[in-house]
Design a protein around this ligand. Structure first.
Ligand SMILES: Nc1ncnc2c1ncn2[C@@H]1O[C@H](COP(=O)(O)OP(=O)(O)OP(=O)(O)O)[C@@H](O)[C@H]1O
Length: 540
């Protein structure tokens, strides 16, 4: 209930459209009911002198049905699409405050599900629950009163039948289906994950003769999913059968009452045609349970507090070339692994212009220190200062603009080669060509049919790993910054690529470079080498 109230509160600005949808839907059903009633009455009890007025009324009702149906669809879809876009925008905005830390942990696939599938489920929830329930209640009263006007027993039978079919049965089945839905969703996720892994890791599986084993795993998760799906489908078919049975019984009872109370026979024909709005409620349990589960996931994400705040007000002056970074007595554990201390009393001083190599055993915390410097996370205690200013006192924008970060896996964006280098800012082509020449990429790019205008994307990248890394160095050099963080940028590359990258950095970069590396050959360009283990990073 709290969830539903919060959903309504969060979308209160759309309430007038919801109301419009409910009013249009109710009017539409009232006009349909009146049309059926008048037509049946005219057919079964024809009166010659009423033919033309009757035809005019029927035509008028037809027109009104069209208009109100349009109003219902228009406002319903408006609410649904607005909710879709509003929640997406809110979630994206919120994610920007949570990222990069939130995307740095290992649950980003769940996050993507929340952004895509869960928002869609909320949209379905609004489209298929609130308006249908409210409309059904209005129609229940209206049709109950109309039938009651002919005979009180007819009115009562109609109301009880509507309640049974629109409320009690769906509610009963909702209780039966409720435990199955999350189980099914979990099995579905597991199944998709297993199959994706089976396909994407096929090479490794074949190499180790594990294809059959992986296939068995996939069959098992698939069987669990299929069993859950069958259970849900069975319950839903059962519900359809029970509803049909109830409809038959209530129609027969109503017909019998019509005869008993000497009412016109067309009332008995009209009655079974008046269930449309109540039958549509039968699908409610599915939409409701999916919608509630989805809103829970979305609200959990929206309620998540960022690991860092952006309360700093100072900015770094961008012009100066010399810069000093000091880490003083840092203590840090990742929020998700609070018992695993990564940095303990960690100290480091680095002054530009200099290339400083950071070395240390795998997992000691070299990349972690870079993440603290970029403020993906804040340390539990200790400070990092740049030119004497604690980085918490700087605006995030200023801090991050003063740092260029190149990771082991270069980032390729959807767009042309030019877009990927310039990130939308305008640069003289000669400057780009110069840098491309420095990293020996000019001829590689020129060989492409459309040169710098060639479209590339993470899925369709015509460059090798080394070439992509060299392009991302050009991007880094185009955007001036005082600090360049290189997180094992050459570890996947051959010595030629490594040499090109390091020589270009040495030649073109005049700020402070922190180079995390395991390769002895990379250390040759460093002015200073620091072993993070001796500075306070995790010893084992
Ligand atoms: N987002 C995270 N959440 C929890 N633990 C993390 C996270 N990122 C890294 N770790 C853990 O922190 C420790 C230090 O990782 P880090 O990547 O800083 O080490 P590293 O010295 O750069 O290692 P390598 O040389 O292998 O790249 C590791 O044990 C790692 O598993």
């Amino acid at each position: 209930m709290t969830l539903i109230l919060r959903l309504l509160k969060e979308t209160h600005h759309l309430n007038r459209y919801l109301l419009l949808s409910i009013i249009s839907a109710s009017l539409c059903t009232i006009f349909q009911f009146s049309l059926l009633l008048l037509t049946l009455r005219a057919l079964i009890q024809p009166t010659a002198n009423q033919l033309w007025p009757m035809l005019a009324i029927i035509l008028g009702l037809g027109l009104l049905i069209g208009i109100t149906r349009y109003g219902e669809q228009y406002s319903g879809h408006y609410v649904a699409f607005k909710i879709l876009s509003d929640f997406r925008i809110r979630l994206y905005r919120h994610l920007i405050t949570l990222a990069p830390a939130r995307l740095d942990d290992h649950h980003s696939s769940q996050l993507l599900k929340t952004i895509t599938q869960d928002i869609n489920a909320i949209e379905v929830f609004y489209a298929h629950t609130i308006t249908p329930i409210a409309t059904a209640m209005i129609i229940l009263i209206f049709q109950g009163v109309v039938f009651g006007h002919y005979a009180i027993w007819l009115g009562l039978t109609a109301v009880i039948s509507y309640l049974l079919i629109g409320l009690l049965l769906p509610w009963g089945y909702a209780r039966l289906i409720a435990p199955v839905t999350p189980r099914l969703a979990k099995a579905d996720r597991q199944n998709q994950k297993t199959i994706t892994e089976l396909i994407s890791n096929q090479f490794v599986l074949q190499q180790h003769g594990l294809t059959n084993w992986a296939q068995k795993q996939a069959n098992q998760t698939n069987a669990t999913y299929a069993a859950g799906y069958r259970q849900k489908a069975n319950l839903q078919s059962q519900q359809t059968v029970v509803i049909t049975l109830f409809l038959t019984i209530t129609t027969a009872t109503f017909g019998w009452l019509v005869i008993k109370t000497h009412q016109p026979i067309w009332l008995a024909i009209l009655f079974p045609l008046t269930f449309q709005r109540f039958l549509s409620l039968a699908n409610l349990p599915g939409a409701l349970s999916n919608g509630l589960a989805a809103s829970k996931a979305i609200f959990n994400l929206l309620d998540e507090k960022p690991d860092i705040n952006d309360n700093g007000t100072q900015t770094l002056s961008t012009g100066q070339s010399a810069i000093q970074v000091v880490a003083n007595n840092l203590n840090f554990t990742y929020p998700k692994r609070p018992t695993d201390r990564i940095l303990a009393h960690f100290n480091l001083t680095a002054v530009s212009p200099k290339i400083i190599g950071l070395i240390g055993k795998s997992g000691t915390g070299k990349s972690t220190f870079l993440k603290l410097l970029m403020r993906w996370y804040d340390p539990q205690s200790g400070t990092i200062t740049i030119d004497g200013t604690p980085i918490q006192n700087l605006t995030l924008a200023s801090l991050r603009q003063s740092i260029n970060y190149m990771a082991q896996e270069p980032i390729i964006l959807e767009g042309t080669v030019w877009d990927n280098l310039t990130l939308g800012k305008s640069f003289p082509e000669a400057k780009i060509n110069d840098l491309l020449t420095s990293v020996r990429m000019k001829t590689v790019v020129d060989r492409l049919e459309h040169g710098l205008d060639t479209p590339i994307s993470p899925r369709s990248n015509p460059f090798s790993a080394g070439e992509t890394q060299r392009l991302s160095l050009v991007r880094a050099l185009l955007y001036p910054s005082q600090i360049l963080l290189l997180d094992e940028p050459t570890s996947n590359l051959d010595s030629i690529n490594e040499a090109i990258i390091l020589k270009t950095v040495k030649k073109h970069y005049h700020g402070l470079v922190l180079l995390v590396t395991h390769r002895k050959s990379s250390l040759a360009i460093c002015d200073q080498v620091l072993d993070v283990g001796s500075l306070g990073a995790k010893a084992d």
